[in-house]
Design a protein around this ligand. Structure first.
Ligand code: F3S
Length: 294
């Protein structure tokens, strides 16, 4: 079997930075005999989080933050209230790995909402990134799911009419086609451009991985998407390929393939691999070697 890896796939700048900061913190803490914990899983990749857990770096939540030691804040960021509480504790060393692109959204919504402008956030309201964003909004806001279902659109129209002017952002891992549709819907209500301020907040790493996965999918018999089941951008890659009617598998490791899937893969002459922005290179290489041996 010929196995090709999408030109743009795997860890992005933000995740690489988070992993580097965590590694540095663990080394430094060992020298100073301090304990390190992660506030929330550092990245959405259970295999990486398990690896650190085995080294004694456990995941804690906002309610179980230790009194002292080193706390590494995850790359998706935390809600403002948690950040404020951490900052009050002088005994804690805080290593904030929040991706600078996520921080930029925090700053934008805080600034615009403090000017009295209502905010529309496209994203998954249960995702930690979206919770972090909305916690910094100082006035009215609406989170709208990317599917833009009719009920949600009605709520959006009411929100726009009530507030008269909006600032619009999207979760960094959103699909650009969905964001364009949302902006189109908003402009139907507000044809006057002065009432709508749209910020391009979808991360280019996400867009590049999406384009690259699509391009490779057009040249192979099936695609394997490697990445955490809890990774939003990995999920989007898979959904995109499915929406394009491509044969695609989504696994965290080769162990996740069922016997039927292995049987199917063995019949294919060419398979492509793509991976979410939280999938380290070694996991991609492991998959490549596994498929090549089939
Ligand atoms: Fe940051 Fe983009 Fe990665 S927002 S964490 S560089 S996917």
């Amino acid at each position: 079997m010929k196995v090709l890896v999408a030109e743009s796939s795997g860890v992005c700048f933000g995740v690489r930075r988070a992993l580097d900061l965590l590694e540095e913190s663990v080394e430094q803490a060992a020298l100073e005999n301090e304990k390190v914990v992660m506030l929330g899983p550092l990245i959405h990749n259970p295999r990486v989080v398990d690896k650190y857990s085995q080294k004694g770096v456990h995941v804690v939540d906002a309610k179980s933050v230790p009194e002292k030691g080193v706390i590494v804040v995850r790359s998706h960021g935390v809600i403002k209230q948690t950040e404020d509480t951490l900052n009050k504790n002088q005994e804690l060393k805080i290593v904030d790995t929040t991706c600078p692109y996520v921080k930029r959204i925090h700053q934008l919504v805080q600034k615009k909402s403090s000017m009295g402008i209502a905010i529309v956030v496209m994203g998954d309201e249960d995702h930690s990134e979206v919770k972090g964003i909305t916690s910094r909004i100082e006035g009215p806001f609406l989170v709208i799911a990317p599917e833009l279902e009719e009920d949600a659109l009605e709520t959006l129209r009411d929100f726009l009419i009530t507030n008269g002017r909006v600032f619009v952002v999207a979760q960094t891992t959103s699909r650009s086609a969905n964001y364009k549709k949302l902006v189109k819907e908003i402009k139907k209500v507000f044809p006057d451009r002065k009432k709508v301020d749209v910020s391009q907040t979808i991360c280019s790493a996400t867009l590049k991985r999406q384009d690259s996965a699509r391009e490779l999918a057009s040249r192979v018999d099936a695609m394997v998407v490697v990445g955490g089941r809890n990774s939003s951008n990995t999920s989007k890659l898979f959904q995109l390929l499915k929406a394009d009617k491509r044969d695609a598998f989504w696994v965290e490791s080769p162990k996740d393939f069922s016997k039927d899937e292995i049987r199917e893969l063995k019949t294919l002459p060419t398979v492509g691999i793509t991976a979410g922005a939280s999938t380290p290179d070694d996991q991609i290489m492991e998959m490549k070697e596994f498929l090549e041996k089939l």
